[in-house]
Ligand binder design. Structure first.
Ligand SMILES: Cc1cc2nc3c(=O)[nH]c(=O)nc-3n(C[C@H](O)[C@H](O)[C@H](O)COP(=O)(O)OP(=O)(O)OC[C@H]3O[C@@H](n4cnc5c(N)ncnc54)[C@H](O)[C@@H]3O)c2cc1C
Length: 407
C-alpha cells in the first residue's frame, strides 16, 4: 500500500490548489479525481469565470501560479450594484464601490476557468511531491489510529495521515464519514456565458437585482463580459434550450444598453443553484474544503474565494504541525483548522443566502428596506471602505498564503 502524508479526494480548483500548497510546505500528497485530466481540460468542460478576490490572487502568487494566469486576468476596479426589472433592464440607485478607496487600489480579478484550471493541473504534474491519480474514483475510506486508508474503484489502496474531501457539493467523502449536510434548493438556475459588447466595461463588475434572481455582468479582457443570470428553473430551462439568437433576444432587455449592442462570445452553460452546508468540516483523520464543505449562491462571487480560504488555512495548520513533528491527522491539529474557519464560514454562508432572499424579489417592502440599506452604505465612507475590503477578501485573521506570503 502506497503511503502519503495527505490524500485529497477531488482534484478540481480547490483540491489542486491545496495539493500545491501542501507540497510547498513539504508534504507528499496524492490527488484522486474520478475525471480524467483531458476531460477537465476540454473546451466545453466549464464555462465559469471567477471573480477572484485580491487575497485569492495573492495566494496564487505565493504559490508561483499567478504568472501563468496574469496575462488573461481582468482587474476589477469598480463594483456597481442596483435594482433591475425584467423588460426594463437595470434601474437607477446604484451602490458604487471603487477600489481606489483602499490602499491596494483594486478589489480583485476576473479569471476564466479555461485559463485557471490548466495552470493548476500542469503545476501539479510538474511537482514531484504530488501524485495525480486522475480518472480514478474513491469508493471506500477507513480512519484508523495511525492512518486513514482509501480504496479506489480499481481495488488499489492508499494510506495517509489525513484525508481531505475536496470532492464538491454532495461530497461522497463527507457522506462516507457520516457527516450530515443541510441542502436547500434556491429554485434558481444560473445561466452563464461570455458576451462581447461595443463599449468598454471600464473594469467594472455590475450586479443587478431582478425579481427572479440576480444578473451579474463581470468584466473580461477586451470588450467582453461574463454574465451570471439567475432565473427560475423553468425559465432557465427554456432559455437554455433556446437558440443563441432567441437567448440574446431575451437577454438584451435584462442586460440593458449601457455597454452598447451585445452578442454571444462563447458557449452557454447552466448551473442549478442550491445551498448545501455540512454540519462539520472535520472528522477522524478527515477535513473538508471548498464546495464539499459549503456550496453557496454565486450572488457575491464568493464560492471559490471561500474555498481558497479553507485551502490556505488547512495548508498552514498542516504545514506548521508537520514542522513541529505532530501527527497531522490528530484531532487537536484538525480542531485548529475548524476553529480558524468557523466564523468566516458561518458568516459568509448566511450573508450570501440572506442577500439572495432579500434581493431576488419584487416585494415593495423589501425593496424599500434594501434601498435604505444601499443609501446608508453609499453615504458612509467608512462603511463603504469596509465593504470594499470585504469584497477584496482582506478582512479577518488571514492565513499567510492569503497575505501573499509563502508557508
Ligand atoms: C455560475 C457560477 C458562478 C460562480 N462564480 C464564482 C465567482 O465569481 N467567484 C467565486 O469565488 N466563486 C464562484 N462560483 C463558485 C465556484 O465555482 C465553486 O465554489 C468552485 O468551483 C468549487 O470548486 P471545488 O474544487 O470545491 O469543487 P468542484 O469543482 O465541484 O470539484 C470536485 C471534484 O471532485 C471530484 N470527485 C467527486 N467525487 C469523487 C470521488 N468519489 N472520487 C474522486 N473524485 C471525486 C470531481 O470529479 C471534481 O473534479 C461560481 C459558481 C457558479 C455555479
Amino acid at each position: 500500500m502506497t503511503r502519503f502524508d495527505v490524500i485529497i479526494a477531488g482534484g478540481s480548483l480547490n483540491g489542486s490548489t491545496l495539493a500545491l500548497a501542501l507540497a510547498q510546505g513539504g508534504a507528499r500528497v496524492a490527488v484522486v479525481d474520478k475525471l480524467p485530466t483531458p476531460t477537465q481540460l476540454s473546451s466545453d468542460f466549464d464555462g465559469r469565470c471567477y471573480a477572484l478576490a485580491l487575497a485569492s490572487q495573492r495566494l496564487l502568487a505565493a504559490l508561483g501560479l499567478w504568472e501563468g494566469v496574469v496575462d488573461d486576468a481582468q482587474p476589477i476596479n469598480h463594483v456597481k450594484t442596483g435594482d433591475g426589472r425584467a423588460g426594463e433592464g437595470p434601474l437607477g440607485g446604484f451602490l458604487h464601490l471603487d477600489g481606489a478607496e483602499i490602499d491596494e487600489g483594486l478589489m480583485g480579478y476576473m479569471v476564466e476557468d479555461r485559463h485557471l484550471r490548466p495552470v493548476l493541473l500542469k503545476a501539479m504534474e510538474s511537482t514531484p511531491r504530488i501524485t495525480v491519480m486522475a480518472g480514478q474514483e474513491i469508493v471506500a475510506q477507513e480512519a484508523g489510529p495511525g492512518a486513514v486508508t482509501v480504496t479506489l474503484a480499481s481495488g488499489e489502496q492508499l494510506a495517509a495521515s489525513l484525508l481531505v474531501g475536496a470532492d464538491g457539493r454532495g461530497s461522497p467523502t463527507a457522506q462516507r464519514a457520516g457527516i450530515s449536510r443541510t441542502t436547500s434548493d434556491y429554485g434558481q438556475t444560473a445561466l452563464t456565458c461570455a458576451v462581447a459588447h461595443e463599449l468598454p466595461h471600464g473594469d467594472t463588475a455590475h450586479q443587478f437585482f431582478m425579481p427572479s434572481g440576480p444578473l451579474a455582468i463581470l468584466p473580461l479582457k477586451g470588450n467582453r463580459s461574463s454574465i451570471v443570470w439567475s432565473e427560475s428553473h423553468a425559465r432557465a430551462e427554456e432559455l437554455a434550450a433556446a437558440s443563441d439568437e432567441a437567448f440574446l433576444e431575451a437577454l438584451r432587455p435584462v442586460f440593458g444598453d449601457f455597454l452598447g449592442p451585445i452578442r454571444l462570445a462563447g458557449q452557454r452553460f447552466a448551473y442549478p443553484l442550491n445551498l448545501t452546508v455540512t454540519d462539520a468540516i472535520i472528522a477522524p483523520r478527515l477535513a473538508l474544503v471548498g464546495d464539499a464543505a459549503q456550496g453557496i449562491h454565486p450572488i457575491a462571487g464568493q464560492g471559490l474565494n471561500q474555498g481558497l480560504r479553507d485551502v490556505a488555512t488547512l495548508a498552514e495548520v498542516i504545514t506548521q504541525a508537520r514542522r513541529r513533528g505532530e501527527d497531522i491527522g490528530n484531532p487537536l491539529v484538525l480542531e485548529r483548522h475548524r476553529a480558524w474557519r468557523s466564523f468566516d464560514r458561518t458568516a459568509l454562508t448566511a450573508a450570501t443566502d440572506g442577500f439572495n432572499r432579500l434581493f431576488s424579489n419584487d416585494n415593495p417592502l423589501l425593496r424599500s428596506v434594501r434601498d435604505v440599506g444601499v443609501d446608508i452604505v453609499a453615504s458612509l465612507p467608512d462603511l463603504r471602505q469596509r465593504f470594499i475590503r470585504e469584497a477584496a477578501g482582506l478582512t479577518g485573521d488571514l492565513p499567510r498564503l492569503l497575505q501573499g506570503r509563502p508557508l
